[in-house]
Write a protein that binds this ligand. Sequence first.
Ligand SMILES: Cc1cc2nc3c(=O)[nH]c(=O)nc-3n(C[C@H](O)[C@H](O)[C@H](O)COP(=O)(O)OP(=O)(O)OC[C@H]3O[C@@H](n4cnc5c(N)ncnc54)[C@H](O)[C@@H]3O)c2cc1C
Length: 545
Amino acid sequence: MTIMDRDSCLERLRQRPEFWDVIVIGGGATGLGTALEAAARGYRTLLLEQHDFAKATSSRSTKLVHGGVRYLQQGNVSLVMEALKERGRLLENAPHIAHNLRFVIPVYDWWEGPFYGVGMKLYDLLAGKLGLGPSKMLSREETLKLLPNIEANGLRNGIIYYDGQFDDARLAISLAATIADMGGTPLNYVKVTKLKKSGGLVSGVQAQDMETGEELEFDGRVVVNATGIFSDDIRQMDDPAEQRLIAPSQGVHLVLDGAFLSGESAIMVPKTADGRVLFAVPWHGRIIVGTTDTAIENTPLEPRAREEEVQFLLEHAALYLDRDPTREDVLSIYCGVRPLVRSPGDKGTAVLSRDHVLMIAKSNLVTITGGKWTTYRKMAEDTIDAAALVAGLEERPSQTARLRLHGWLEHPIETRGLLSLYGSEGPLVQRVMAEEPGWDEALHPRLPYFAGEVAWAVRREMARTVEDVLSRRTRALLLDARASLEAAPKVAAIMAKELGRDESWAKTQVAAYRDLARGYILKPTLTHPPPRAGSPLSRGAGEGL
Ligand SMILES: Cc1cc2nc3c(=O)[nH]c(=O)nc-3n(C[C@H](O)[C@H](O)[C@H](O)COP(=O)(O)OP(=O)(O)OC[C@H]3O[C@@H](n4cnc5c(N)ncnc54)[C@H](O)[C@@H]3O)c2cc1C
């Protein structure tokens, strides 16, 4: 039976403490994947997330399920092959959340056509049977037909290739629900504060309920640290002498109105002036432009874009789109931090390992970090193989390669708004939308969400705050930050009723959401001129795919 009800889960654990086989710390892609891997093998599994599922990096990606053309550039063929295999699996296991997307590389220089054409053929080859469609060269006319808003000046032709696209936070929720389907227990808003030890070995965790402050303890045979950019904090909880290994690197995305790139194809620029990959991708009726790669020192839960990153994205989007976007056109700006893993002597983060790293401490603490959303399942499989060995658990084979995720529906129903993302649960959501007058109406005229989805998120998806609903159950914050702010009081009122809270709770929630959402709104004018991004703008030249 699926139990996605936080209050009753906690109450059950208070009444009947369990001895867990596997305790996972962190509810992002890696932790959710790992907990699902463990639960699907029949291990008693608990997952603890300090905030909401996918609050950190896992809701802030470019939304691509991809082999990673840039890793091909770096010659990391095995990483690309593994990612392409996982791409195929994810599209099969979660067709309601991930789908095939056509990308076009616009060609402006004579050498780019043959060069990238050959590179994309290699990409096709590496995908093998799990390929999503063959790449091919396009004429200038064909390119303009697929990308009506591409900068036509100087355009020679284009290259088509295929990759996957998904909704990251919705996949996280589907994973949490699948963990529950498999008998595991995923809990949000429970922060691990200390590791319990017995004879020098980790034997469980101390934690805090972040809603009530209640101290909690959980015992288990193995603890997995899947806290992404925070993994060093947990490693140092285990042993304060541990060296810090995460080299955080932030990436910024701008969200623009869909009219900036009409049609159904994405733009991929393999090499900008400073050697980056740039995407402009249609997503939920908007266009996501990204991203940057900036080494940072700290790892806040709410990272913020730097002015030079905004300038870089606006200036480069203007190079490839016929209408130049301005600050006023930015509907939302969001920033995520990559948990890249340092190796001695590394300088820039662009050359750090994008592969995952699995570490087993003397205390038996298992740490899994790095990687990417696309490869979460393989990372999880490797982690639980190791964790089972460490814990002396009965050996059981992985079950996830073909495990259909919660809501699986082969042909997602075309329906209003974004209800297709619920997959097989779409009709149940619609039933909730019919319960109360007004629940069948849009939350806001500029958002593709309905009021009834708020009640569904509380009842079935463990949403606890207005931010949970507007940022991760729906993606309103990313689609239009200002509209989401205007919708917040309505969301708070529905949630207060569903959760049995009072008016002052709703007011506090709206105020907290206002503070958060301001960080996603780009100020229209600058008070100080920004520093110019390093090199002069050009479309890039020379080597590389
Ligand atoms: C800009 C950008 C774009 C990207 N684009 C893509 C893409 O298009 N496709 C792709 O495949 N990958 C992409 N990635 C990579 C992918 O998003 C990450 O690899 C992945 O989300 C990392 O997940 P994670 O679970 O390791 O970390 P996180 O999502 O950060 O999860 C770690 C969790 O641990 C929790 N936590 C921390 N401390 C504690 C504690 N003490 N107790 C309990 N919980 C705790 C945190 O709250 C957090 O939720 C992108 C990354 C970035 C930054």
